[in-house]
Design a protein around this ligand. Sequence first.
Ligand code: OSB
Ligand code: MG
Length: 368
Amino acid sequence: MKISVIQQHVIQMPLKAPFLTHLGAVKNREGIIVEIIDTDGVKGYGEGVAFSTPWYTEETVETSLHMITHFLIPLLQENPIEHPQEASPLFKSVRRNHMAKAALEMALWDLYAKQQSKSLATILGGTRQVIASGVVVATDSTANALNQIEQYLEDGYQRIKIKINPKQDYSFLSEIRRHYPDLPIMADANSSYTLRDLERLKALDEFNLLMIEQPLAHDDIIEHAELQKVIQTPICLDESIVTFADARKAVELGSCKVINIKAGRVGGLLEAKKIHDYCLEKGVPVWCGGMIEFGVSRAHNIALASLPGFSIPGDISASNRFWDEDIISPEVTVKNGFITVPTDPGIGYEINQKRLQEVMIAHRKFKF
Ligand code: OSB
Ligand code: MG
């Protein structure tokens, strides 16, 4: 792929409002923007989506930087590749560290698409011109949740996801349902329940949720299958699915009826597409998850969600859901609940260099 330089930009930006889950608050988002430049000066971009602390998965910004710098970039330097689909097998000699791998792998896909003068969506096999946009409410008060929902519906979002946990579920959701009896809503528990909470979880069936995301342990497959047998609400797995093999186990065991795909969580676009293809074949709907990301990852998500199996609105919202000013130009916008899939080469968004410089806290350059 004629790589000449890889640049690593560490950035930091405050969220417009804290994002609250039972695992803590995200107020400030750090992220890694990877830039891969070929010998003709063509630039591909990827984003490391690990958080500053290991609350959602075991990776952090620091561990990602460590893996990218000391293991993954050296692998690319020593083993020149012809196509981005070779990156994931090459990175197999490093265990896990999926978000670090994905940051590089996704930059390679963007670069490759630009080298071919095709949109990333086209390169991946996307079939949609627009994708349906959903948004997440992550707060600890009913009043805040109702205000946010009102605003998001005005903004045109089609589906609302609400963070829940055993201390904020039944009465919280009944209040929301009282105001919005027919709104497509789903709940994300981020592993806050156990099977001891079975009665609480059964009680949520009455809210006609589209699905409940990751109710049980982050690494469980078996207990979710037990739970799915006794609740009506479809279970969607997020944290439990970190590989294609996990997706297969979950589908075959009946641990879920829906899968949330995040390219970062599964190690990149190749693995994400593998999971997508398998689910499409098995009739399991998938949707694209979010990571409170900046524009680069958001753009990759849009391309991924243009694939045919992404039949449910994902957590892909506008740049202004989280940021005063994003690092891409134009920003991602939602119109009448939809985001237009770009047709320009690669991710189809430019980097807003001025904004990138403003929010950059560290930088490193690797020559090939
Ligand atoms: O569990 O889906 C999740 C954000 C960060 C980490 C985990 C999750 C989330 C979200 C999506 O809920 C938020 C978004 O980017 O819109
Ligand atoms: Mg989730």
